[in-house]
Design a protein around this ligand. Structure first.
Ligand code: NAD
Length: 257
């Protein structure tokens, strides 16, 4: 058995939502280094363009599409267009937002926005791209969930975000069972606290909160985006060919405490 070959994505095409920066950009780098051509799909056209250029400078075949993945019609149109000639073999549902607020302080608008981007959009993308994967009888979908889909975090108990990520985990299991017979695998990665712009405000402005995070994380530090990207590469590649419906924790031990 050639084990390293199992991570080889040469000839595959992967779409990464929210790939303009942070964890998504690092996932795009990992999949690109393994040989996949990358499509960055991000709301922010400038960062999407910059991300594609950065990947190209590292030798990755990369393009970008500005899109709001919370818009179902736009997602379906993009999936149909990109699959018209060539397949999208790998979908990474990574785009996400976090608006930190306790339940009683959560506005309707913040609740709906969190659900729309984190949960609804992941389903719109899975449905639109999954339809083509099913027709071709091959594909891998990796959803970016969170440890917040498993446990309640402290000191911030962010009900909207926690609920949205719980939905991502159960959607992963439901689609995995529905699409296994079509040779389409659906898995998720559940990161803990990772050093990106999403976690920068607490890290820089709220030492009480940040210190709690480190105390509650057995490895005693934030994760780095590349540490999430390695797990995504595993789940997106044939190295994980017997995994479907898996929620893979990459959280420095947070959910073991
Ligand atoms: P980030 O804020 O650094 O990047 C998010 C990216 O998603 C941005 O490029 C943004 O433009 C894009 N995006 C947001 N809304 C979009 C939309 N409607 N359509 C298209 N693109 C959109 O975030 P990150 O820290 O890299 O997080 C990436 C994923 O990992 C998210 O799903 C997040 O919930 C999850 N996650 C992050 C952490 C963490 O500690 N950073 C922990 C657990 C899970």
């Amino acid at each position: 058995m050639d084990y390293l070959k199992k991570f080889d994505l040469a000839g595959k095409r992967a779409l990464v939502t929210g790939g303009g920066r942070g964890i998504g950009l690092e996932i795009a780098h990992a999949l690109g280094q393994a040989g996949a051509a990358i499509v960055i799909a991000d709301l922010d056209a400038n960062s999407a363009a910059a991300a594609a250029a950065k990947l190209a400078s590292r030798g990755v075949v990369a393009s970008y599409r500005p899109i709001d993945v919370a818009k179902s019609d736009a997602v379906t149109a993009l999936a149909d267009e990109l699959n018209a000639n060539e397949s999208i073999d790998i979908l990474i549902n990574n785009a996400g937002i976090a608006r930190i607020a306790e339940a009683l302080d959560t506005s309707d608008a913040d609740w709906l926005a969190t659900m729309r981007v984190n949960s609804d959009a992941s389903f719109w993308c899975a449905r639109a791209f999954g339809r083509h994967m099913i027709a071709r009888r091959r594909g891998a979908i990796v959803n970016i969930g969170s440890m917040c889909g498993m446990v309640v975090t402290q000191p911030q108990n962010n009900t909207a975000y926690i609920t949205s990520k719980g939905a991502v985990h159960m959607m992963t299991k439901s689609l995995a069972c529905a699409w296994a017979k079509h040779n389409v695998r659906v898995n998720a990665v559940a990161p803990g606290y990772v050093a990106t712009e999403m976690t920068a405000p607490p890290k820089n402005e709220n030492s009480f909160q940040y210190e709690r995070w480190l105390e509650q994380t057995p490895l005693g530090r934030l994760g780095e985006p590349h540490e999430v990207a390695s797990a995504v590469l595993f789940l997106a590649s044939p190295a994980s060919s017997y995994c479907t419906g898996t929620i893979l924790s990459v959280d420095g031990g947070y959910t073991s405490m």
